[in-house]
Design a protein around this ligand. Structure first.
Ligand SMILES: [Fe+2]
Ligand SMILES: [Fe+2]
Length: 255
């Protein structure tokens, strides 16, 4: 009988369904032991803090709203709360927090494409921390999909990140160094928002964003001009989590 060639062997392997669990057990046994990286470990990592600072410096230089540690912390914490209130798994809560904490580091490269460049940067950080590649895939997919131009909710932490990031409109995000006369519509809308609360009703399958807007600073129409795309993305994210999305401004339901 003719010997089986390498080529025949590899084409037989290609036809066989790949068993991911088998491959992972093989990798764990022979090469790597992965580490269940926690949100707290990422939050305290000095390299991560430096990237957040570097990204925010670039945006400060072009007068963008705050994308520094305050924005990052609010987004990460809100993403964790959404996953907690929906009673998602413990690991998904950590992954949502980690994605929230790393989601804007790509601004250290450039504003345009920051979601995708940030995902690649997060890949190298989380690989250094020995996170399981299947979990890294969830985190970098969430980061790469958080921007409204290109993003779609693709997993539970991704949907939580979109809701947390797109709802972070707040007066304190306008940089005090931005002169009043040069403040653009983004600054005005953020400056007008004096409070932003998100409520998750798991039993009622409803996620509500409650905003308090000072209409002397910015009419509600301006809010819609800027945020309609973001609110549409929030609705898709809520739907991904099997919920409806409601927007309430100054006590009036608008969506
Ligand atoms: Fe972003
Ligand atoms: Fe952000």
């Amino acid at each position: 009988m003719a010997a089986v060639t390498n080529k025949q062997q590899s084409s037989a392997l290609n036809r066989r369904p790949i068993n991911a669990e088998e491959l992972r057990d093989h990798a764990a046994g022979h090469h790597l032991q992965y580490h269940p990286v926690t949100f707290d470990e990422v939050r305290k990592d000095p390299e991560v803090l430096s990237w957040i600072e570097a990204a925010d410096r670039n945006l400060a230089a072009i007068n963008y709203t705050d994308h520094g540690i305050r924005h990052i912390s609010r987004v990460a914490n809100r993403a964790v709360l959404i996953t907690r209130d929906l009673e998602l798994s413990e690991r998904e809560r950590h992954l949502a927090g980690i994605a929230g904490y790393l989601h804007d580091i790509g601004n250290a490269v450039h504003r345009v494409g920051h979601a995708q460049s940030g995902a690649i940067m997060a890949f190298s950080i989380l690989t250094r921390m020995k996170m399981d590649p299947l979990e890294i895939g969830i985190v970098i997919g969430a980061i790469g999909n958080h921007d409204e131009g290109t993003g779609e909710p693709i997993n539970n932490p991704s949907a939580a990140l979109i809701l947390a990031d797109k709802s972070d409109v707040l007066r304190s995000r306008v940089r005090s160094s931005t002169p009043m006369l040069t403040r653009d519509i983004h600054d005005r809308v953020n400056f007008a928002a004096t409070d932003s609360q998100m409520h998750v009703d798991r039993a009622g399958h409803l996620i509500t964003l409650n905003l308090t807007v000072d209409t002397r600073v910015s009419p509600v129409m301006e809010y819609f001009e800027i945020f309609l795309g973001r609110m549409t993305m929030c609705r898709r994210a809520a739907n991904f989590l099997n919920c409806d999305f409601s927007l309430v401004i100054n006590g009036t339901p608008l969506l």
